[in-house]
Design a protein. Structure first.
Length: 191
């Protein structure tokens, strides 16, 4: 490919079915943006505690070629995600809205072997194996799933711990009345 060659830029459709088959192998760059509701991302919908109208993710994608002298240019994919979903707060066990905003950068490779050979130290970009029928919708959903906090919870002061998680007052009083098993050792030391 000639370095001075200007590649055509293809506008990606925001239709979820069109995102399931993008030809990233073609010598062109891509640009697109849109909104995906939670219901259009089935694995994410399983994680959500409730689906509220308007919950979902704005996405934007842009690819370009970067090269260094003496080597073939590398195709780079920039992915931006911003949105909201509802999860169960692990402090109060009630619904809690979680806002996510992510920027990801991928280097597009054509084989699994190229991806395996990519240096692990490069934390700024990850290899992504592409094909003529690449499922961009699945990649967007994967990145949202990876962005979900392990322990979702409301901000400090917005909820109280649920009684079944930490016990109630009656349970604490019964625990205090139970005899400490180490009291026997304490009495043995006195004798």
């Amino acid at each position: 490919m000639n370095r001075n060659q200007v590649l055509p830029q293809v506008q990606l459709s925001a239709d979820p079915s069109a995102l399931k088959r993008v030809d990233f192998c073609a010598p062109q760059s891509f640009k697109g943006a849109g909104f995906l509701s939670i219901l259009e991302l089935p694995r994410l919908a399983e994680e959500a505690s409730t689906v509220v109208p308007g919950d979902g993710f704005n996405w934007n994608v842009e690819t370009h070629f970067e090269g260094s002298p003496g080597s073939d240019p590398l195709q780079i994919l920039e992915l931006g995600l911003k949105g909201r979903l509802h999860l169960v707060c692990q402090r109060c066990l009630q619904d809690c809205s979680v806002d996510l905003a992510e920027q990801r950068r991928f280097i597009l490779v054509s084989t699994e072997a190229e991806a395996d050979d990519y240096p692990l130290e490069d934390e700024e970009q990850e290899p992504l194996v592409v094909s003529q029928q690449f499922n961009l919708l699945e990649t967007i959903e994967d990145e949202v799933l990876l962005s979900i906090p392990l322990i979702p919870k409301h901000p400090e002061g917005f909820c109280e711990p649920h009684a079944s998680v930490f016990g109630d007052d009656e349970g604490e009083a019964a625990a205090d009345e139970r005899e400490n098993p180490f009291n026997i050792l304490k009495n043995m030391k006195k004798n």
